[in-house]
Design a protein around this ligand. Structure first.
Ligand code: GLA
Length: 522
């Protein structure tokens, strides 16, 4: 193990009743102990199983060759089962809706995972059904509760303002593997996506970053260098391939010991990993707090992210720094850690409800966006199949009005012409990429239509008329309502690619249900 551990070991369970224990457990430490101190699990010394109560470690081998660990801690009293789960060794979640089904106990956790467990000898048979419908079934081993040790919490740098890195003068554009491929991303998919970005015209439209999200990590070599798993045989060669296409390569890691997917993180190796990424030729780093939240409170995330910001600053290669921290006011300190973009919401999903609840809530953060530093409401879902073309146009328009990073999250290799046309609408993209870098805001809502405005360089105004309702609505407003001094000399419809001849008084436009009309007034 590459991290120092505190010694001696600490007993996690004192003399309290089991339910008191669950309430008082230093769960974050337990999580890390389970992650980092695997050799400390003297399973042979474990007490014999007497049902499902206890701490259980579930090892899940992945096709990448990496084994992920999930821990569950259960306490059964009669029919009542309580407990905690540490899915993929990241995050502590309370188990919910535990109930008996025959000989099985069934419960779920917030991630949408459903567990079905039953004792089997000294082990616990566990079947996990994930939100996607995929299923794993394994035997979990009982973990001795008194042999777990805590990792050292490493010191953080004193908070200071780092210099800007000068990158991302307009919102970054590219592609990321997570929304479509999740952990199944591999070298071949990345190469084929780079090819498809060029072939489809996406690269010409500005999508230059090819970002590999979670699931590439293999572990560390004898010198502590992070290495890819077997899905990525040669990261440097992959970067060369992407660069040869005129594109840039992005990678994902975490300041915690493990990423949100349970893979190797950069904890204690920030400097070393920044150098490795530099040697590989990485141009974009997505840095996701994940298990760092179990070591440091969210109030210390600025220092946690500063550590990597400093390491990247020293490595001598321009690398866009994309932050996924936790805690309030991330937007207030993101630029001070040399961050170029920061997540402002939890994970997007490919459905109208989630996309719109994230997107339409972003207007309040407009003061924090500007050249070099952007609010990031998460990556695009356009083309992933869960929304209609009308809804994807709304998604794309809203992200452009928000001056959001445009990171496509679909399968570029097989996308339809309709998806390509939405993603490559240059008139809409120009609103996002406007050099003034002002994020749009909601001007007003009336008659079921939200009217958003984004001031553009040179005095133009982008207007997006959104109908979030279930029936067609009519946007009707005066030029003064939109903050304009009078009738603009030109109004262009950015989805129809045609000029509009508006009335002297203002606009009166039909907007389809869940749809948008996007205009450029000059
Ligand atoms: C978090 C992030 C996602 C993705 C996953 C990978 O959930 O918000 O965008 O990076 O981690 O595990």
């Amino acid at each position: 193990m590459h991290l120092n551990m505190n010694s001696p070991s600490h007993s996690l369970f004192g003399r309290q009743s089991q339910s008191e224990r669950l309430g008082r457990l230093p769960m974050c430490h337990l999580l890390l102990a389970l992650l980092l101190a695997t050799p400390a699990f003297a399973v042979q010394g474990a007490p014999a199983a007497t049902g499902i109560s206890g701490a259980w470690r579930i090892d899940l081998p992945k096709p990448s060759g990496v084994t992920l660990h999930t821990v569950i801690i259960l306490h059964q009293e009669g029919n009542n089962v309580e407990g905690k789960a540490f899915p993929n060794s990241s995050g502590e979640l309370t188990i919910q809706d535990a109930h008996a089904e025959g000989a099985d106990t069934v419960f779920k956790i917030d991630w949408g995972w459903i567990f079905r467990v039953r004792p089997e000898g000294d082990s616990l048979r566990v079947a996990i059904t994930y939100g996607s419908g995929a299923r794993d079934e394994v035997l979990a081993v009982r973990v001795p509760e008194d042999s777990l040790r805590f990792p050292v919490v490493l010191p953080l740098p004193a908070v200071r303002d780092l210099a800007e890195n000068g990158l991302a003068r307009t919102p970054p554009m590219g592609w990321n593997s997570w929304n479509h491929f999740a952990e199944s991303v591999d070298d071949r998919i990345v190469r084929e996506t780079a090819d498809a970005l060029v072939r489809s015209g996406m690269a010409d439209a500005g999508y230059v970053f090819v970002n590999i999200d979670d699931g590439w990590e293999g572990g560390r070599d004898a010198w502590g260098n992070i290495v890819p798993n077997r899905k990525f045989p040669d990261m440097k060669a992959l970067a060369d391939y992407v660069h040869a296409k005129g594109l840039k390569l992005g990678l994902y890691t975490s300041p915690g010991p493990v990423t949100c997917g349970g893979y190797e993180g950069s904890y204690g190796h920030e400097e070393q990993d920044a150098k490795t990424f530099t040697n590989w030729g990485v141009d974009f780093l997505k840095y996701d707090s994940c298990s760092a939240r179990n070591l440091y409170p969210c109030s210390q995330m600025r220092a946690v992210f500063q550590k990597m910001g400093e390491a990247l600053g020293r490595c001598g290669r321009p690398m866009v720094f994309s932050l996924c921290p936790c805690g309030p006011e991330v937007w207030a300190w993101g630029p001070a850690v040399a961050g170029n973009l920061w997540r402002t919401a939890g994970d997007i999903q490919d459905n109208w409800k989630r996309m719109s609840e994230i997107g339409f809530d972003q207007g309040r953060l407009a003061p924090y966006a500007g050249p070099g530093h952007w609010n990031d409401p998460d990556m695009l879902e356009v083309g992933n199949g869960g929304m209609s073309a009308t809804e994807y146009k709304t998604h794309m328009s809203l992200w452009c009005m928000l001056a959001a990073p445009l990171i496509a999250g679909n399968d570029i290799r097989t996308m339809s012409a309709e998806t390509r046309d939405i993603l490559t609408n240059r008139e809409v993209i120009a609103v996002d990429q406007d050099v003034l870098g002002r994020q749009g805001t909601r001007l007003f809502a009336r008659n079921g239509v939200e009217v958003w405005g984004k001031p553009l360089n040179g005095g133009g105004l982008a207007l997006a008329l959104f109908d979030r309702g279930e029936a067609q609505a009519t946007a009707s407003f005066s030029w003064a309502d939109a903050g304009l001094p009078g009738k603009p000399s030109s109004v262009r419809d950015l989805w129809r690619h045609s000029n509009v001849t508006p009335a002297d008084e203002g606009l009166n436009v039909a907007v389809p249900a869940h749809g948008v009309v996007m205009l450029l007034a000059k």
